[in-house]
Design a protein around this ligand. Structure first.
Ligand code: ADP
Ligand code: MG
Length: 143
């Protein structure tokens, strides 16, 4: 599925619809460079999942957790600096409960070998300042 959005709000609205359809055990892997809109997209996902609107970049924390009453938890990773299996260990990646939650991974290209087979791949390509082409591969969504 490919959509073109023309503002951060439009990207979030699209992600919101996806977030409403996510089930525990889902892994989402982003491709797209700095400023593409991965964190913006993740904020929309969180809202769609019924989680708080407090999503920020996990760049320094490596992972941010979001929990909500009656909502599936989200584990939001930033793998920008994670370029070895040893570094991946230190993020605690293997200790988080994917079966009960949703993983959302920025810079997933750094941990390709560690991604579950069922991973949903989202590619965000900047077209200009406010336009993004977003491609979703894997998973079964209606938007
Ligand atoms: P990343 O996590 O990929 O580094 P961010 O989501 O942090 O990217 O930042 C994306 C930037 O691009 C924000 O400043 C946002 O306002 C801007 N932007 C402009 N147009 C869009 C769009 N259509 N979708 C998403 N972000 C957009
Ligand atoms: Mg980001």
């Amino acid at each position: 599925m490919t959509v073109v959005t023309h503002s951060p709000a439009e990207t979030q609205a699209f992600a919101h619809k996806l977030g409403q359809q996510l089930k525990p055990g889902t892994c989402i892997a982003f491709a797209g460079g700095l400023g593409a809109g991965k964190t913006t997209f993740t904020r929309g996902l969180a809202l769609g999942m019924g989680l708080p609107d407090t999503v920020s970049s996990p760049t320094f924390a490596l992972v941010n957790e979001y929990h909500g009453d009656g909502a599936v938890s989200m584990y939001h990773f930033d793998m920008y600096r994670v370029t070895s299996p040893e570094a991946l260990e230190t993020t605690g990646f293997w200790d988080y409960p994917l079966e009960d939650g949703v993983f959302v991974i920025e810079w997933a290209e750094n941990i390709t070998d560690a991604l579950p087979a069922q991973t949903i791949r989202i590619t965000i390509e900047p077209i200009d300042d406010t336009t993004r082409r977003i491609t979703v591969e894997g998973g079964d969504f209606s938007c």
